[in-house]
Design a protein around this ligand. Sequence first.
Ligand SMILES: N[C@@H](CCC(=O)N[C@@H](CS)C(=O)NCC(=O)O)C(=O)O
Length: 216
Amino acid sequence: MYKLYVTRGSGNCFKPFLTLSQLEIPFQVVEVNVLEGETRSPEFLSLNSAGSVPYLVTGEGQGVGESNAMLWLIADGTDLMPRSPLERAQSLQWMFFEQSKLEPMISPARFLGHIVPERGVGREAEIASWRQRAATGLATLDAHLADRHFMLGDHYGITDIAVFGYVHVSDEASIDMDRFPAVKAWMARVESTPGFKPLSTLCDGAIAFSARGDTG
Ligand SMILES: N[C@@H](CCC(=O)N[C@@H](CS)C(=O)NCC(=O)O)C(=O)O
């Protein structure tokens, strides 16, 4: 059975969680407390030397880092995969876009502006800059989705999940999503797909990394 190491509230951790859930693949969630520095503990670093979550361990004990890479493993052979060489290339295109133009701006603006605002004091200009750059990426996404049902056309899959992970919490980064109507309509379509679960359920039934002393 897969073991998925996550931290509460993370859009990156949500991606493999949603994929596993929608495919009805059994998995165990292990909650790692980033705010307590657990991702930097020797125990966690011995598991994932990159010191970040999500981290996925297969039933055979093989580890995979990077949220979007996990989707390619989890969904392999299923209906959530891109269906042609062109779609595979376009899927990677949007996954790289997500990791370069969306997630690196939405995530810190949300973290410092919403999750731990006390750590954002004195960094207002930096947070404003992240918001502005995120909005530029969201405008690109909005134009792409204006004439598409899902990221690759009419077929929901891992590309939607990858992009949805952080885009759907952009409002928590104080980004006005009314500026991106096609993105809003697409988010509603993703939330209506079979087996969708919200981010708030990520750690339901999780075991704690610290309590278990879990090293994989
Ligand atoms: N590019 C990575 C980003 C992973 C990442 O930044 N994870 C954050 C939580 S969302 C984390 O582990 N932060 C704690 C740390 O770096 O110590 C992915 O997509 O998985």
